[in-house]
Design a protein around this ligand. Structure first.
Ligand code: PNS
Length: 164
């Protein structure tokens, strides 16, 4: 008989930097699935503000209260990373309708390449539905307040990047 239990869910992203919107999805995934692996994409062509190590460390600090969450990184295809960590599910947050098209494309392509891996979406909490890493960076860069949008460590790290 088939074993229907999902054992490992992967939360992928660039996390440049991690926001409270990402953390909301990671925390809720950790409530539902026994093991959650956050996969940070190393994508040199995107020129991130934070190095891969910085992005991983900021997430690790933010999820240290969640014993079933691990943080790792990958380059290349997401499905290869999911297979490497012996995952069977990709979990993503959906904000507005604007997210849907690209997420739909990615889910379809991933399904074509890896039929054994499912993609599921969680609706982002209302208060984070407008939130993105790019917005956070722009707000800090021009002197705005992001206290309710990121962790204190991320806020400090952003200030160091722009004003140190
Ligand atoms: O936080 P982001 O930048 O929206 O995350 C996008 C991410 C990392 C989930 C996506 O770019 C991705 O999966 N990249 C890995 C490359 C890959 O697998 N591409 C094929 C999917 S169609």
């Amino acid at each position: 008989m088939k074993d229907y239990s999902v054992t490992t869910a992967v939360c992928p992203g660039s996390f440049d930097p991690v926001t409270r919107g990402h953390l909301d999805i990671i925390e809720r995934a950790a409530e539902v699935f026994p093991r959650v692996v956050v996969g940070v994409l190393e994508n040199p062509s995107k020129k991130p503000l934070f190095s891969l190590e910085e992005r991983v460390e900021l997430i690790r600090a933010a999820v240290k209260h969640l014993p079933n969450v691990e943080v790792d990184y990958f380059s290349g295809l997401l499905i290869d990373f999911v297979r490497k960590v012996e995952g069977n599910l990709i979990i993503k947050g959906l904000r507005a309708i604007s997210d849907f098209e690209i997420e739909f494309q990615m889910a379809m392509n991933n399904k074509r390449m890896a039929p054994e891996i499912e993609t599921m979406f969680m609706m982002t909490k209302n208060e984070y539905s407008f939130l993105s890493s790019s917005m956070v960076k722009e707000i800090v860069r021009f002197g705005g307040d992001v206290k309710d949008l990121v962790t204190p460590e991320v806020e400090q790290a952003l200030r160091r990047k722009y004003f140190a």
